[in-house]
Design a protein around this ligand. Structure first.
Ligand SMILES: [Zn+2]
Ligand SMILES: [Zn+2]
Length: 262
């Protein structure tokens, strides 16, 4: 069994829960420990049941509650060395460090394949997860699609992909020029067209869920993001979900083909 749920996604906080059999891993905790505990409770999950917190990078919208949540419920934390040097989590008693180019490793029943990405953080890292042959890719906070990323995000059964901004809305939007350059630069965030270009390069036959996240509330519209992605492949329409900042998504179940036919 492999399934995942977004507890919220966007520049004010990100957290995704991934379950493989009896293993529960929280990817990022960009909310306070209290807020995250409440969001988990609303979807029927006890924060004390988490097996690990895995972190992508040290920006506040990903790391805000990691230290407090880990200490309150004695949850082990996993992150890159660079993220631990740059991030402020306070004292962590059970911390496992790795590099963004590490070989895949296991957290319980979940296999974790770190993928180094260009982003304005110390050692940012995104992940392809796998369990019993099923593969889930999560890719946000990435300035551009490198060949390394395009190679890693293949043969996926589910993908959570950043569509941060629309280029024109960013240029005409409220951000000052320096922030526009940061967000739109090669170490910033993926725009709708960059996300669509990755999708175009992917083999999409196996893809059961295309989940769109880290959508800017000021520099993007859900309709522009979905239209841009569906422009690549209109058949994805009934597999497409756009995430919200203010609430959790539904659960996304990733199943083997045999189970679908059964
Ligand atoms: Zn972020
Ligand atoms: Zn970031």
């Amino acid at each position: 069994m492999l399934r995942f749920i977004s507890l919220g996604s966007g520049s004010r906080g990100n957290a995704t829960l991934i379950e493989a059999d009896d293993t529960r891993v929280l990817l990022d905790c960009g909310y306070s420990a209290r807020e995250l505990t409440e969001r988990l409770a609303r979807v029927g999950v006890d924060a004390a049941s988490l097996d690990a917190i895995l972190v992508t990078h040290e920006h506040g919208d990903h790391i805000r509650g990691v230290g407090a949540l880990s200490r309150r419920f004695r949850i082990p934390v996993w992150m890159t060395r660079g993220t631990s040097l740059a991030g402020d989590c306070g004292e962590l008693t059970d911390l496992t460090l790795f590099h963004s180019d590490s070989e895949p490793f296991a957290i319980g029943a979940l296999n974790v394949h770190p993928v180094a990405v260009p982003h304005d953080a110390r050692e940012p890292c995104q992940y392809v997860f796998s369990s019993k042959g099923l593969r889930l890719g999560i890719l946000t906070d990435t300035g551009c699609i490198t060949p390394h990323i395009a190679h890693a995000y293949q043969r996926l059964d589910a993908l959570l992909l950043e569509c941060n901004h629309d280029l024109r809305m960013l240029a005409e939007g409220p951000y000052p020029p320096s922030l526009q350059r940061r967000v739109g630069g090669d170490h910033g965030h993926l725009n709708n067209r960059q996300a669509a270009a990755l999708l175009e390069q992917m083999d999409r036959d196996r893809l059961q869920h295309l989940v769109v996240g880290h959508i800017s509330e000021k520099n993007n519209h859900h309709s522009i993001a979905s239209d841009t992605l569906l422009g690549v492949d209109a058949d994805l329409e009934n597999r497409l979900t756009l995430l919200r900042q203010d609430r959790a998504s539904e659960w996304f179940e990733v199943t083997a083909e045999a189970e679908i036919e059964a």
